[in-house]
Design a protein around this ligand. Structure first.
Ligand code: AMP
Ligand code: ZN
Length: 468
């Protein structure tokens, strides 16, 4: 597979460090509010990468953090008059729910910054010992110039950074040896969450989190480090400096960055106020439509969000889902018989399409082209399959398309939810079966409902039911 590596600005053949295993670290959200659909872009894109690598047979260790100590969380906690951990715990749950609704697989590990403080202190100690960091008045800074290749990811030159800085002096910066130095540990302010450290009570800097958590849950060298393109500088540049200075090995083999989700040509962001939360969009569209919409563009291309574009993605997805549902019905109605010559040709065309799909995914995760291939398959299935075909042929085609949709996280077999009226009717039938001492049928109905997540409770007032 070829992956565009931000470090080299070229597509390179992806070869994992350990055969058959891939370690991926994706910078996760700061949990102070509901996430917006821009934040969902890296989640969806890199989940699709993970699903594709799983399909290829790799064992994938996927790590994505929650930043649960941060100025924004503290601000929100003060506004609401609650603790910071109350805010972060609440929004971790909400983010997890959104991820589930977007069919994003749960990470192998979702580390939280507040649970890894000791390891962060240890890395700072190492950096101080090696001369890469120093403490002033309870703050520990990274000595940027001690890391000669600083700027290699963002292609920024230290002298240019210096020139740009002369005009902008930030308060409190005088204590630093050099304006380029960044914070590894900051001292506690009144009312803020803090931990004790050799440099006094305080909390870690944001960049340090990812260096420490990726080391702990993946290793000193990671195969793929990913996130949105706004993280290239300074976040990822600083992560590289910290990790490589501390571990003396290359930090990440591949750097992948998704482009922005935009609205009216501008980056969707909290600070600009031009955002929609996943939660709100979910009230308007099935979230599978949003996932499909995101994957209809290549992850390195900016993507504009508009109702018209999402409506069009919805119509396209429906074409696929309708075709799948027709195939399923045809499969049920069809009979098993000898596969005809014509069907053999059809199966071989489908196989060619699957190879074409893989080629698209192998080319730097080109989901846009992969989706076009699915459309070609669906078109062919629509025009050539009917219940008169051989059952196993229809099933094979269904399974093939389903597998390719599953890599994109698109669910084709949408189970119809059982209606309340159907539940009541089944409960009545169960009561009648019990009266007639037909306990086998009564149990069968109970199991059937349980399979739909409906639990029955026999009470004095009759049978009560609830969805679980
Ligand atoms: P944040 O909580 O702002 O650090 O963002 C979490 C993740 O979402 C990071 O990987 C960001 O790069 C990414 N992100 C934020 N806004 C957008 C956007 N409009 N489009 C794509 N990715 C974004
Ligand atoms: Zn990070």
């Amino acid at each position: 597979m070829k992956i565009y590596n931000t470090m080299t600005r070229t597509k390179e053949e992806f070869v994992p460090i350990n055969k058959g295993k891939v370690g991926i670290y994706v910078c996760g959200p700061t949990v102070y509010d509901y996430i917006h659909i821009g934040n969902a872009r890296p989640m969806i894109v890199f989940d699709t990468l993970r699903r594709y690598l799983l399909y290829k047979g790799y064992d994938v260790n996927y790590v994505s953090n929650f930043t649960d100590v941060d100025d924004k969380i503290i601000k929100r906690a003060i506004e609401e008059g609650v603790t910071s951990s109350e805010i972060s715990e609440r929004y971790i749950e909400e983010v997890k729910k959104d991820m589930q609704d977007l069919n994003v697989l749960e990470a192998t590990t979702h580390p939280k910054a507040t649970e890894e403080i000791q390891d962060m202190i240890d890395m700072i100690k190492t950096l101080i010992e090696k001369g890469h960091a120093y403490e002033v008045n309870g703050t520990v800074y990274f000595r940027t110039r001690s890391f000669p290749s600083y700027g290699k990811l963002s292609k920024k030159n230290i002298d240019d950074l210096e020139a740009g800085h002369r005009d902008i002096k930030v308060a409190g910066e005088d204590e630093k040896e050099d304006f380029l130095d960044f914070v590894l540990w900051k001292p506690k302010k009144e009312g803020e969450p803090s931990w004790s450290s050799p440099w006094g009570e305080g909390r870690p800097g944001w960049h340090l989190e990812c260096s420490v958590m990726s080391k702990k849950y993946i290793g000193d060298i990671i195969d793929i480090h990913a996130g949105g393109e706004d993280l290239i500088f300074p976040h990822h540049e600083n992560e590289i400096a910290q990790s490589e200075a501390a571990n003396d090995v290359e930090f990440a083999r591949f750097w992948m960055h998704n482009a922005f989700l935009k609205i009216d040509g501008e980056k969707m962001s909290k600070s600009l106020g031009n955002f929609f939360t996943i939660r709100d969009i979910g009230k308007k569209y099935p979230l599978q439509v949003i996932r499909f919409f995101m994957l209809s563009a290549h992850y390195r291309s900016p993507l504009n969000f508009s109702d018209t574009l999402v409506e069009s993605a919805k119509a396209s997805l429906e074409r696929i889902l309708n075709a799948m549902s027709r195939l399923e019905d045809a499969g049920k109605a069809a009979e098993e018989k000898e596969v005809t010559e014509e069907e053999k040709v059809l199966l071989s065309k489908m196989e060619d399409y699957a190879a074409k799909y893989e080629n698209a995914m192998e080319d730097d995760l080109n989901t846009a082209d992969a989706i076009s291939v699915i459309f070609e398959m669906v078109k062919l299935a629509n025009s050539s399959i009917s219940p008169a075909n051989t059952k196993s042929v229809i099933e094979e085609i269904y399974n093939r398309i389903e597998k390719l949709c599953d890599i994109l996280g698109i669910i084709t077999r949408v189970e119809a939810e059982i209606l309340d009226s159907e539940i009541e009717t089944l409960i009545e039938e169960r009561q009648a079966a019990r009266k007639a001492k037909n306990f086998a049928r009564a149990d069968e109905i109970r199991d059937l409902l349980a399979g739909q997540g409906i639990v029955l409770e026999d009470t004095r007032q009759g049978v009560k039911w609830k969805r679980v």
